[in-house]
Structures are given as structure tokens and as C-alpha cells.
Design a protein around this ligand. Structure first.
Ligand SMILES: [Ca+2]
Length: 473
């Protein structure tokens, strides 16, 4: 009899705790981190750009934009900092591939800490880890385990596409990478919003990183836009909008451009140049569609109110793709070997010179230094550089339950090392002091949550970090 009472009491206690846990878990905010690849500071509509990004702009209209947020100027190094809360040199990764096990063992990822804290975790997109994402705290994973630089259109040998821990079979037809990422992110959210656990979704798009690939219907709306006006006019238009929006002071000026960039009027291949920018813009539109679909799932279920969405880029625009010859003789004659017209910017592969319109399967182009300079307007330099054009990124924050006034800007400075601290703060979990008997490097980043509440946070005495080329302080 006594045993029976004890058993009943235990069941009651367990049930009450279970119910409490469920209530508490249901109250914990969900987190969605969306990272784009090689996108410039002023490409988005809400950062002054002319590219159509209505859904990403809606994040800003409902939320908060940072004017001084920084990354590590290159793909892998930024991802290492974002996921660990450490400077890239501490995480053992200042280059393009995360492959230094010595430091790796002293790191812990957001996904691991949130998973242990009761979150349902998933990653979709570009993972460049030593281990597969599902071994590093993600319950689900879909994407390539490589640096990118692969076709958006089809399976490329050895590009290591995975679903969970198994190589993924490409469909016979109809594959387009950004669409596939969008589908998998939406599919995860549709299930996750019905679950009892709070969720963490990290979407690492490859877009708009070269090669310039997009569907014709996404490119078409941009074609005339860039034939009518060239890089000089768009750069000017962007800074004017940025001044109006308050992203920049009224007297802000455009950084000087590299001398090698010709006047648009001198260019001999305007239709091809316009096409390069049109495809780049289409790649961003494709991401925007995915953001719209993800938001729709969150909004229609009401989950959006307590979901923190962060949107940012891993580095500034990349000048790959070289220059073409012009009336005044800039650039080199295009030949079968693309490297023969390499100048400033970096040529990439044959299949990208003037005359061959980029976008479709079989082309492999970048948009070149002139458009990359436009993408970063008004900032100086590009990806891999420690100048602002390499390291400054948009950061958009949407979290209706906390960020109550939409459309605001903050000038408080932050860095990608802050993303982990922010996620842990939001989830109410602590950074571990022990990882399987090893001491993790203490987290460097600081939570951005006070800024979300409209407060001045205790910032950094010093932010100093390593970049692809140079160092930033
Ligand atoms: Ca990148």
C-alpha cells in the first residue's frame, strides 16, 4: 500500500515536472539564423540596394538593423566565429577550411549547447566542418560539406551532398541548390512549429557566391534595370538612399574606387556586364523567396512572435570574374583561357568571358570587381580585405515579442562572435566549462539581447581580429 502511494506520488511529481518543462520549453524563443554568402553591404533593399528583397526588407520593417556589424571577411572564418563565439584564430580557422583539430577540440558550437539545452536543431546549407553537422549538435542536416564554388544546377562529383549522415541522391531533373535549401528549411519549420521543443534552425545559403547561376524567370526582371544604368549610377543611387534611410550620415561619401574600374560608358560589353549583375541580383531574389516562405510558416502558426530571426552575410562582395576590355583599353582580351583577361579581381574558370551570358548550366562566372564595388557601396574594398567592404555586413533582427518598434536602426557595434552569446542568452543556457573532460576556450562574444530591448549594451573595449588579408581593430 505504502509503495503504491509512493509510486503514485512519484508519477504526480514527474507529471507536474513534465508539464512545467513543457510550458517552459514552449515559452523559450525559437531561433533562426540565416547567413548568405559573399553578399555586399548595400545589396538589400533595406540597406539601400535596388535588388528586390521584399521579404528580407519585411524583417527589417518589423525589426532592427545594425549599421556597424562585422564579420571575418571570408567564408569559413566567419562561420567558425559565428558557431563558436570565438575569434577565428582561437577557433583555429582564419582561412577557408575549418580543419585544425587541435583548436577544434577546444571549441563548442551553438548547436551542441542548444541541443543539450533541449532545443530541436537543424542546419540547411553550406557546412564546412571536419565532422558532419549531425555529429556537431544538429539533429538534422541537408547540404554540401564543402566550401561551395560548385554548380547550383546539378550534382558535381565529390561535392559531398548530405541528408543527415548519408550522401544525398540528386534528383534526375529539376534540382536547383537554393530552391532545395528553401524547401528543406521550410519542411523543417513546418514540423518544428508543431513540436514541443523550441527549435534552432541555421540556414547557410551558398548564394550569392559565384558561379552566377539562376533560373531565367528570376533573372528576367533585372535585365533592363542593369542595361539602363551601370555601376557608377547604381553606386551613386545606393549612397543617396542610404543617406535618406539614416544608414549613413548626410555627408557620407563613396570610397574611392580601384583605378582599374572603367566608366560604364567606356564598356564594350554592356549587355554581358548587365547580365552578370542581373544574375547576381536573381541569386539574392532566390534567397528572398526562401525567407518569405520561412516567414509564412512562422506567421501562419503564430510562432513568429517568439522566434528570433537573424539575417547576415559572411563577408563582403567578391570581385571574382575579372574585367573585360573596354574602349579605353582596360582589361585584357578575352580568350579561351579566362585567366588571360585576369586583372584586379580574380578570374575563375573558362566559361565566363564576354559573349557567354552567365546563369545557365555550363557557365561558371563571377560578376567582377566593378559590380562587387557597387555591392559594397559606399565601402572600400572587398571580400578577404580588412577594409570595411570586406568585413561590414547587414545584420537584421526580427523578434516581435522583444523588438517592439519596427524599422529602427542601431549604431552599436557588434561582431559575428556575438551570435553564439546571443543565442545562449535567448535560450537561457550557459556556455559549458567542460567538453568531455577538456576545457573549452572561454567565449569571447557578448549578447546582443540588450540592444534588441532598445538598451545600450556594455560593448567591447577592443574588438580585434584576423581576416583573409590583414587585421581589423
Ligand atoms: Ca563567403
Amino acid at each position: 500500500m505504502r509503495h503504491k502511494h509512493l509510486l503514485l506520488a512519484s508519477i504526480v511529481v514527474v507529471s507536474v515536472l513534465g508539464a512545467m518543462f513543457r510550458v517552459a520549453a514552449a515559452d523559450l524563443p525559437n531561433i533562426v539564423v540565416i547567413l548568405v554568402d559573399d553578399m555586399g553591404w548595400s545589396d538589400l533593399g533595406c540597406y539601400g540596394g535596388e535588388i528586390d528583397t521584399p521579404h528580407i526588407d519585411s524583417l527589417a520593417a518589423d525589426g532592427l538593423r545594425f549599421t556597424r556589424f562585422y564579420n571575418n571577411a571570408v567564408c569559413g572564418a566567419t562561420r567558425a566565429s559565428l558557431l563558436t563565439g570565438l575569434y577565428c584564430q582561437q577557433a583555429g580557422h582564419c582561412g577557408d577550411r575549418w580543419n585544425e583539430p587541435k583548436n577544434f577540440k577546444k571549441c563548442v558550437l551553438i548547436s551542441q549547447v542548444l541541443q543539450a539545452g533541449g532545443y530541436h536543431t537543424a542546419m540547411v546549407g553550406k557546412w564546412q566542418g571536419r565532422d558532419l553537422a549531425v555529429k556537431r549538435g544538429f539533429d538534422r542536416f541537408f547540404g554540401p560539406n564543402c566550401q561551395g564554388k560548385i554548380s547550383y544546377w546539378n550534382a558535381v562529383k565529390n561535392n559531398d551532398f548530405y541528408l543527415g549522415n548519408r550522401p544525398w541522391e540528386f534528383p534526375e531533373t529539376g534540382f536547383f541548390m537554393t530552391d532545395a535549401f528553401n524547401d528543406h528549411a521550410v519542411e523543417f519549420l513546418e514540423k518544428a512549429v508543431l513540436g514541443e521543443k523550441p527549435f534552432f534552425l541555421y540556414v547557410g545559403y551558398l548564394a550569392p557566391h559565384w558561379p552566377l547561376h539562376a533560373r531565367e524567370e528570376t533573372i528576367a526582371p533585372y535585365r533592363e534595370r542593369y542595361r539602363k544604368k551601370g555601376w557608377g549610377d547604381w553606386r551613386q543611387a545606393r549612397i543617396e538612399r542610404q543617406r535618406e534611410m539614416g544608414l549613413l550620415p548626410k555627408d557620407a561619401k563613396l570610397a574611392p574606387i580601384p583605378k582599374s574600374i572603367p566608366q560604364w560608358s567606356d564598356d564594350l560589353h554592356k549587355d554581358w556586364q548587365a547580365e552578370r549583375m542581373a544574375v547576381y541580383a536573381a541569386q539574392i531574389s532566390n534567397v528572398d523567396r526562401g525567407v518569405g516562405r520561412m516567414l509564412e510558416v512562422l506567421r501562419t502558426t503564430g510562432a513568429d512572435k517568439n522566434t528570433l530571426v537573424l539575417f547576415l552575410s559572411d563577408n563582403g562582395a567578391a570581385p571574382n570574374g575579372g574585367l573585360a576590355p573596354t574602349k579605353s583599353g582596360f582589361g585584357f582580351a578575352p580568350g579561351a583561357n579566362n585567366s588571360s583577361w585576369r586583372k584586379d579581381g580574380v578570374a575563375i574558370k573558362p566559361g565566363s568571358g564576354p559573349g557567354l551570358m552567365p546563369g545557365s548550366h555550363g557557365t561558371f562566372a563571377g560578376y567582377g570587381i566593378a559590380w562587387a564595388t557597387t555591392s559594397n557601396a559606399p565601402l572600400r574594398s572587398h571580400k578577404q580585405s580588412a577594409y570595411e567592404g570586406g568585413i561590414r555586413t547587414p545584420l537584421i533582427v526580427r523578434w516581435p515579442q522583444v523588438v517592439r518598434i519596427g524599422g529602427e536602426l542601431t549604431r552599436q557595434a557588434g561582431h559575428v562572435i556575438d551570435i553564439m552569446a546571443t543565442c545562449l542568452d535567448v535560450a537561457g543556457v550557459n556556455y559549458p566549462t567542460d567538453i568531455q573532460g577538456r576545457d573549452p576556450v572561454p567565449m569571447e562574444g557578448k549578447s546582443l539581447v540588450p540592444i534588441f530591448h532598445g538598451q545600450q549594451r556594455t560593448g567591447y573595449e577592443l574588438l580585434a581580429w584576423n581576416c583573409g588579408r590583414g587585421r581589423a581593430i
